[in-house]
Design a protein around this ligand. Structure first.
Ligand SMILES: [Zn+2]
Length: 396
């Protein structure tokens, strides 16, 4: 028996907050290095061994590792100028994630934080290349994150399930990580475009190998990083590798660049989902929007992140209302809990404040998350049925 229907319009801010937190949720777009606890970054950044390793690998951790100071550096918030500016905060978090223990801890804590706000299913993504160095290879990086997620799943008795999305970078730069500088040493005469394509191919092979070796949480591949000048078409080889083993993929597209980027992600890379897709409506005739809807290609929507990276100037410019009205699958996601200073509950509250959900729209948004998950079908179906029951109990 379902409970009486809730009336979202009759709820005050505190009640909306509590209600959104109580809902079963998914987060399909969440970066590990952008979603650490600030207390953990502060603690890890003050340990001499971590500092020495970070320095050796070219990351400069701040002298003042207090939470107050880190807060200023890690929450660029609405003050940042662009996506590139926003991405700078990741140099600090990546600086402390250079050994298996720290990676495991960050993954475990992220899953537990998600569990605390009723996220039932989490897809954690990150770029393993940023954590690879002489004493840590890509497979070990993935194993460490897998262990952290497994520990959270066990401790919560399956209350938080999770999978891993391996990210390749759109661009090549020696500034990205130690790994990228090593690659440059070996290939001094190659162009950045050539190295970018080759690094993404290597990363794709790592994801494929991890799956082969039984790290079953690795379910998908992604392309992240600045969009302008680094089109998806530079990475077709990496995605062929992924397509050939029938692994799923998602691509950050239409965030820092227009609809062409989304078109290429779908047409050249066979993306099963799109990260952000914020500028999909820039295209006349909305053919692309209809394509995403008709083929059930989900758009992972990250409202606060889009505001902070200046993908949009205000929520009025966001295509979210059009997504809802056109029945595009568009689950809400966080992107970066730490760097954006948010939770998933915050994003649901924000969406409701600005776009006003009807009960049906809120229910659909939640269920789109479960339907679009990259978890195996049997697990997805089980979670979906449970979520439907729970939503009924909660009056949705
Ligand atoms: Zn992202």
């Amino acid at each position: 028996m379902s409970a009486a229907k809730v009336d979202l319009n009759a709820m005050d801010d505190a009640a909306i907050q509590e209600f959104m937190e109580s809902l079963p949720k998914t987060d399909l777009h969440c970066h590990l290095d952008g979603s650490m606890r600030i207390s953990t970054v502060s603690e890890l950044a003050s340990i001499p061994e971590n500092r020495a390793l970070a320095e050796k690998l070219g990351y400069s951790l701040p002298e003042d590792t207090s939470e107050e100071n880190l807060g200023k550096l890690l929450f660029p918030g609405h003050d940042c100028e662009s996506l590139e500016d926003y991405l700078r905060a990741f140099d600090i978090t990546c600086g402390v994630l250079q050994n298996p223990e720290n990676l495991e801890r960050a993954a475990y804590e992220l899953a537990m934080d998600c569990y605390a706000e009723n996220i039932w299913y989490l897809e954690v993504r990150f770029a393993p290349q940023r954590h690879i160095h002489d004493d840590l290879d890509g497979m070990e990086v993935l194993r460490a994150v897998n262990r952290g997620l497994e520990k959270a799943e066990k401790e919560t008795d399956g209350g938080i399930r999770s999978t891993i999305i391996v990210c390749a970078m759109r661009h090549y730069s020696e500034d990205i990580s130690f790994y990228h500088r090593k690659v440059r040493d070996v290939y001094p005469f190659s162009t950045a475009k050539e190295l970018g394509s080759h690094c993404s191919l290597e990363t794709a092979r790592l994801a494929v190998e991890a799956k082969k070796q039984g790290i079953y949480r690795v379910v998908a591949f992604d392309l992240a990083g600045p969009e302008a000048n680094f089109p998806p078409s530079h990475h077709t080889k990496a995605f062929y590798e992924i397509i050939n083993v029938l692994m799923a993929s998602t691509v950050h597209a239409g965030e820092g660049y227009g609809p062409k980027s989304i078109r290429e992600a779908v047409a050249y890379l066979n993306a099963n989902r799109i990260g952000h897709g914020t500028r999909v409506l820039d295209e006349e005739g909305h053919q692309l929007l209809h394509y995403l809807r008709d083929h059930r290609i989900a758009v992972e929507v990250c409202l606060t992140s889009n505001l902070q990276t200046k993908a949009i100037k205000s929520l009025d410019e966001h295509p979210w209302r059009t997504f809802l009205d056109s029945e595009v699958r568009a689950p809400l996601c966080t992107d970066n809990r730490l760097v954006s200073g948010i939770t998933l509950t915050h994003e649901y509250v924000l969406a409701h404040k600005h776009f006003k959900f009807t009960n049906n729209e809120l229910r659909r948004t939640i269920l789109y998350g479960f339907k679009s998950a990259f978890a195996p079908y049997s697990e997805r179906r089980e979670m979906l049925l449970k979520a439907k029951n729970r939503l009924g109990e909660l009056g949705l």
